[in-house]
Design a protein around this ligand. Structure first.
Ligand code: AMP
Length: 379
């Protein structure tokens, strides 16, 4: 267990790293951040800033000299970037096994299925020949996804014929892919899991995620699913954290079918966008949980403080016609604004979010949506 005063290293300087840094500092830790952008959200609040690429050997050495434990805010960290820490016996949390598994869809789905947990039907694709067989096995349509480096719908294509599938595979550079069957889901959910180095895990009531253009738009908690489905998702998520020997905060994304059966979509080995509502509405936030676990402290009960909570993302699109109408927030005293300190709003870029709590999910959702609508400057 690292005492306050120790330095936690964070690979990646986005909003997730920023919240980790803020929470760590509240608990008396020092924070060192590695990110190539000098103005990255987490650099703005770090004690020590290492401004360099994630695979720069000298920068990784520097971070290793500064840090007593290290974490990552994104899953696509090259395995070689972890070596300087592992060589010095500096704990990397989540560990190399979890990161290697979660950055490769083939490895991830293999682990999930080996644990006896359902995913969408899928096939690994390494060649045109694999692709033809996979498409036939899935009845002629599916979603082709690159096995590595995809997020927010990038590196994905819905394909309905062999020609479309071949074209997409070619566009992706014929890199290893998975072809998944299309799941006719009723809704999408995520389970947030905090698992500590002693193997104790806690899960938050299930979140329900509503996407727009492949990007998370609104999260509500608890999800509108049956009790049995919620139980199944929470227990499967804790099981997967155990399989991954996971330490830190994990998010497991699910599809819920109309009959309330659940299948795993994918894993995110870090705090998660859907967990942002925990900052204001849970007993302990996902960042609190993550920081505690990476510092070797125990994970804590994961509960909502209110009957219901909601979060709405603020994307760069909100700035399309100029600065959002911040003064309108005065009409929504029960809604809380979060901004990540990013200076360049671009369409689709996550700039911040709103959270709200209420007695029902319908009311919490209405509050964040109404507030976001009020902020929008008319064109
Ligand atoms: P992913 O990056 O894998 O989470 O996919 C992004 C989004 O695409 C998901 O949140 C779903 O809305 C949709 N999607 C992905 N895979 C499937 C699937 N097998 N069936 C139906 N929709 C999917």
């Amino acid at each position: 267990m690292l005492p306050p005063g120790a330095t936690l290293g964070i690979l990646g300087g986005g909003q997730l790293g920023r919240y980790m840094a803020i929470v760590a500092q509240q608990r008396g830790f020092r924070v060192a951040v590695l990110d190539p952008d000098p103005d990255a959200p987490a650099h703005q609040v770090a004690h020590e800033r290492v401004i360099a690429a994630y695979d720069d050997p000298a920068a990784l050495e520097r971070l290793a000299q500064l840090s007593q434990a290290v974490t990552t805010e994104f899953e696509n960290v090259p395995a070689s970037s972890l070596a300087p820490f592992l060589d010095r016996n500096i704990p990397v949390r989540p560990g190399a096994k979890a990161l290697a598994t979660c950055q490769d869809r083939i490895a991830e789905k293999t682990l999930v299925n080996a644990a006896g947990i359902e995913t969408a039907p899928w096939h690994a694709v390494h060649s045109d020949q694999d692709l033809g067989m996979a498409l036939a096995a899935l009845g002629g349509e599916g979603i082709l996804k690159t096995s590595r480096s995809g997020y927010d719908g990038k590196g994905q294509a819905r394909v309905r014929s062999l020609d479309e599938a071949r074209a997409a595979f070619g566009r992706f550079g014929s890199v290893p892919c998975v072809l998944e069957g299309v799941v006719p889901f009723a809704l999408e959910c995520s389970v947030l899991v905090a698992r500590d180095a002693h193997g104790r895990s806690h899960t938050l009531p299930v979140c329900e995620n509503i996407h727009s253009h492949h990007i998370l738009d609104v999260t509500i908690c608890p999800a509108r699913v049956s009790e049995a489905a919620a139980r199944a998702m929470r227990s499967r998520s804790a099981r997967l954290a155990q399989e991954l020997e996971y330490v830190g905060h994990l998010a497991v994304e699910f599809f819920v079918l109309p009959d309330q059966t659940v299948v795993v979509n994918e894993l995110a080995p870090r705090p998660h966008n859907s967990g942002h509502l925990t900052i204001d509405t849970a007993l302990h936030s996902q960042f609190e949980q993550h920081v505690r676990c990476i510092a070797g402290w125990n994970s804590l009960p994961y509960e909502l403080l209110h009957p219901a909570a909601a979060m709405a993302n603020l994307l760069g699109d909100l700035w399309e016609h100029g600065e959002p109408l911040w003064d309108r927030l005065a009409e929504f005293p029960e809604v809380r604004l979060h901004l990540y300190g990013k200076r360049a709003p671009r369409p689709g870029r996550k700039m911040g979010h709103l959270t709200a709590w209420a007695d029902s999910v319908a009311e919490a959702e209405r509050r964040v949506r109404d507030a976001r609508e009020a902020l929008t400057r008319p064109g």
